[in-house]
Design a protein around this ligand. Structure first.
Ligand code: ADP
Length: 188
Protein backbone atom coordinates (compact mmCIF):
# COMPACT_ATOMS: atom_id res chain seq x y z
CA UNK A 1 0.00 0.00 0.00
CA UNK A 2 1.24 3.42 -0.91
CA UNK A 3 1.16 6.07 -3.61
CA UNK A 4 2.88 6.24 -6.96
CA UNK A 5 3.56 8.55 -9.85
CA UNK A 6 4.19 7.26 -13.39
CA UNK A 7 6.51 8.91 -15.88
CA UNK A 8 6.17 6.86 -19.05
CA UNK A 9 7.58 3.43 -18.17
CA UNK A 10 9.12 4.74 -14.95
CA UNK A 11 7.64 4.81 -11.46
CA UNK A 12 8.32 6.70 -8.24
CA UNK A 13 6.49 5.20 -5.29
CA UNK A 14 6.16 5.84 -1.57
CA UNK A 15 5.49 3.08 0.95
CA UNK A 16 5.87 2.63 4.68
CA UNK A 17 8.19 -0.18 5.72
CA UNK A 18 11.67 -1.42 6.46
CA UNK A 19 14.43 -0.79 3.91
CA UNK A 20 16.15 -4.10 4.82
CA UNK A 21 13.09 -6.08 3.66
CA UNK A 22 13.00 -4.66 0.13
CA UNK A 23 13.33 -6.93 -2.90
CA UNK A 24 14.52 -4.18 -5.22
CA UNK A 25 17.84 -4.89 -6.99
CA UNK A 26 19.56 -2.31 -4.78
CA UNK A 27 18.76 -0.66 -1.49
CA UNK A 28 20.33 2.61 -0.44
CA UNK A 29 22.01 2.96 2.94
CA UNK A 30 22.05 6.21 4.94
CA UNK A 31 25.82 5.89 5.43
CA UNK A 32 28.44 8.11 7.07
CA UNK A 33 31.65 9.41 5.45
CA UNK A 34 33.83 6.77 7.09
CA UNK A 35 31.53 3.95 5.92
CA UNK A 36 31.65 2.50 9.42
CA UNK A 37 28.50 0.71 10.63
CA UNK A 38 26.43 3.07 12.79
CA UNK A 39 22.84 3.21 14.05
CA UNK A 40 19.49 3.72 12.33
CA UNK A 41 19.18 2.40 8.78
CA UNK A 42 22.91 1.69 8.63
CA UNK A 43 22.85 -0.51 11.75
CA UNK A 44 19.81 -2.43 10.50
CA UNK A 45 21.40 -3.09 7.08
CA UNK A 46 24.69 -4.35 8.53
CA UNK A 47 22.95 -6.49 11.18
CA UNK A 48 20.68 -8.19 8.70
CA UNK A 49 23.09 -8.27 5.76
CA UNK A 50 26.04 -9.70 7.71
CA UNK A 51 29.73 -8.76 7.90
CA UNK A 52 30.56 -8.89 4.17
CA UNK A 53 29.02 -5.45 3.63
CA UNK A 54 31.30 -3.76 6.18
CA UNK A 55 34.30 -5.71 4.83
CA UNK A 56 33.70 -4.41 1.32
CA UNK A 57 33.03 -0.91 2.61
CA UNK A 58 36.33 -0.95 4.53
CA UNK A 59 38.19 -1.65 1.27
CA UNK A 60 36.54 1.38 -0.32
CA UNK A 61 37.55 3.48 2.69
CA UNK A 62 35.66 6.78 2.63
CA UNK A 63 32.76 8.45 0.92
CA UNK A 64 32.42 12.26 1.07
CA UNK A 65 29.10 13.87 1.93
CA UNK A 66 26.89 14.11 -1.15
CA UNK A 67 28.51 11.05 -2.79
CA UNK A 68 27.63 7.35 -3.02
CA UNK A 69 29.51 4.04 -3.33
CA UNK A 70 28.40 0.45 -3.97
CA UNK A 71 28.95 -2.86 -2.17
CA UNK A 72 27.25 -6.25 -2.36
CA UNK A 73 24.27 -6.83 -0.07
CA UNK A 74 25.38 -9.94 1.86
CA UNK A 75 22.36 -11.89 3.09
CA UNK A 76 19.80 -9.25 2.14
CA UNK A 77 17.30 -9.81 -0.67
CA UNK A 78 18.77 -6.97 -2.72
CA UNK A 79 21.93 -7.58 -4.80
CA UNK A 80 23.63 -4.30 -3.99
CA UNK A 81 23.80 -1.74 -1.22
CA UNK A 82 24.41 1.80 -2.44
CA UNK A 83 25.92 3.74 0.45
CA UNK A 84 24.90 7.39 0.14
CA UNK A 85 26.12 10.03 2.56
CA UNK A 86 23.61 12.79 3.27
CA UNK A 87 24.53 16.00 5.12
CA UNK A 88 24.30 16.64 8.85
CA UNK A 89 21.64 19.35 9.24
CA UNK A 90 22.86 22.60 10.80
CA UNK A 91 20.55 25.53 10.09
CA UNK A 92 19.28 24.82 6.58
CA UNK A 93 21.48 27.59 5.15
CA UNK A 94 24.77 25.73 5.04
CA UNK A 95 24.35 23.98 1.70
CA UNK A 96 22.34 21.12 3.17
CA UNK A 97 19.76 21.00 0.36
CA UNK A 98 22.41 20.81 -2.37
CA UNK A 99 24.27 18.08 -0.53
CA UNK A 100 21.10 16.11 0.12
CA UNK A 101 20.08 16.38 -3.55
CA UNK A 102 23.58 15.28 -4.52
CA UNK A 103 23.43 12.20 -2.25
CA UNK A 104 20.20 11.07 -3.98
CA UNK A 105 21.51 11.89 -7.46
CA UNK A 106 24.83 10.09 -6.93
CA UNK A 107 23.04 7.01 -5.58
CA UNK A 108 20.80 7.04 -8.67
CA UNK A 109 23.87 7.35 -10.89
CA UNK A 110 25.38 4.25 -9.25
CA UNK A 111 22.10 2.39 -9.99
CA UNK A 112 22.19 3.61 -13.60
CA UNK A 113 25.83 2.54 -14.04
CA UNK A 114 24.87 -0.96 -12.90
CA UNK A 115 21.87 -0.97 -15.24
CA UNK A 116 19.51 -1.62 -12.34
CA UNK A 117 15.77 -1.51 -12.86
CA UNK A 118 14.76 -0.98 -9.24
CA UNK A 119 16.17 0.78 -6.20
CA UNK A 120 14.75 1.55 -2.75
CA UNK A 121 15.74 4.57 -0.65
CA UNK A 122 15.27 5.39 3.01
CA UNK A 123 14.74 9.05 3.93
CA UNK A 124 18.40 10.15 3.96
CA UNK A 125 19.62 12.49 6.73
CA UNK A 126 16.28 12.66 8.60
CA UNK A 127 17.29 10.50 11.57
CA UNK A 128 20.54 10.99 13.46
CA UNK A 129 21.58 13.71 10.97
CA UNK A 130 18.63 15.87 12.05
CA UNK A 131 17.25 17.05 8.69
CA UNK A 132 13.58 18.04 9.22
CA UNK A 133 11.32 15.66 7.28
CA UNK A 134 9.22 18.49 5.80
CA UNK A 135 12.36 20.10 4.36
CA UNK A 136 14.03 16.89 3.22
CA UNK A 137 11.00 15.40 1.43
CA UNK A 138 10.66 17.97 -1.42
CA UNK A 139 14.43 17.89 -2.04
CA UNK A 140 14.49 14.09 -2.16
CA UNK A 141 11.42 13.72 -4.37
CA UNK A 142 12.29 16.60 -6.71
CA UNK A 143 15.73 15.11 -7.29
CA UNK A 144 14.41 11.61 -7.92
CA UNK A 145 11.69 12.81 -10.29
CA UNK A 146 14.17 14.85 -12.39
CA UNK A 147 16.51 11.88 -12.58
CA UNK A 148 13.72 9.55 -13.69
CA UNK A 149 12.73 12.00 -16.41
CA UNK A 150 16.24 12.29 -17.78
CA UNK A 151 17.47 8.69 -17.55
CA UNK A 152 16.45 5.20 -18.72
CA UNK A 153 17.63 3.46 -15.51
CA UNK A 154 16.50 2.88 -12.83
CA UNK A 155 12.84 2.43 -13.80
CA UNK A 156 11.40 1.98 -10.32
CA UNK A 157 12.41 4.12 -7.35
CA UNK A 158 10.73 3.25 -4.08
CA UNK A 159 10.98 5.53 -1.06
CA UNK A 160 10.60 3.35 2.04
CA UNK A 161 9.38 5.48 4.92
CA UNK A 162 9.75 4.36 8.50
CA UNK A 163 6.42 5.12 10.13
CA UNK A 164 3.36 7.19 9.35
CA UNK A 165 4.87 10.58 10.17
CA UNK A 166 7.61 10.21 7.58
CA UNK A 167 5.15 8.73 5.08
CA UNK A 168 2.75 11.66 5.48
CA UNK A 169 5.54 14.23 5.06
CA UNK A 170 6.65 12.58 1.81
CA UNK A 171 3.10 12.06 0.59
CA UNK A 172 2.37 15.75 1.11
CA UNK A 173 5.55 16.78 -0.73
CA UNK A 174 4.76 14.40 -3.60
CA UNK A 175 1.23 15.78 -3.92
CA UNK A 176 2.65 19.31 -4.27
CA UNK A 177 5.22 18.21 -6.83
CA UNK A 178 2.70 16.29 -8.87
CA UNK A 179 0.37 19.29 -8.96
CA UNK A 180 3.18 21.57 -10.14
CA UNK A 181 4.29 19.16 -12.84
CA UNK A 182 0.80 18.31 -14.09
CA UNK A 183 1.24 14.61 -13.21
CA UNK A 184 -1.16 12.17 -11.53
CA UNK A 185 -0.72 10.40 -8.20
CA UNK A 186 -2.32 6.95 -7.75
CA UNK A 187 -3.00 5.00 -4.59
CA UNK A 188 -2.22 1.30 -4.60
P1 ADP B 1 20.84 9.67 8.93
O1 ADP B 1 22.09 9.47 9.77
O2 ADP B 1 21.16 9.88 7.47
O3 ADP B 1 19.92 10.70 9.49
P2 ADP B 1 19.26 7.44 10.00
O4 ADP B 1 19.47 6.00 9.70
O5 ADP B 1 19.50 7.91 11.40
O6 ADP B 1 20.13 8.24 8.92
O7 ADP B 1 17.76 7.84 9.61
C1 ADP B 1 17.30 8.07 8.32
C2 ADP B 1 15.80 7.81 8.24
O8 ADP B 1 15.54 6.42 8.15
C3 ADP B 1 15.00 8.30 9.45
O9 ADP B 1 13.85 8.99 8.98
C4 ADP B 1 14.64 7.01 10.18
O10 ADP B 1 13.40 7.13 10.85
C5 ADP B 1 14.51 6.01 9.05
N1 ADP B 1 14.72 4.58 9.36
C6 ADP B 1 15.27 4.01 10.47
N2 ADP B 1 15.30 2.67 10.37
C7 ADP B 1 14.77 2.37 9.13
C8 ADP B 1 14.52 1.16 8.41
N3 ADP B 1 14.84 -0.03 8.91
N4 ADP B 1 13.97 1.25 7.17
C9 ADP B 1 13.66 2.45 6.62
N5 ADP B 1 13.87 3.63 7.25
C10 ADP B 1 14.41 3.59 8.49
Amino acid sequence: MGVRVRLGNKILELVTGDITEQDTEAIVNAANERLIPGGGVDGAIHRKGGPSIAEEARKIGRCPTGQAVVTGAGRLKARYVIHAVGPIYRDGRSGEADLLASAYREALKRARELGLKSVAFPSLSTGAYGYPLEEAAPVALGTILSFLKENEYPQLVRMVLWGEKAYEAYRHALAELVKREGLAMEEF
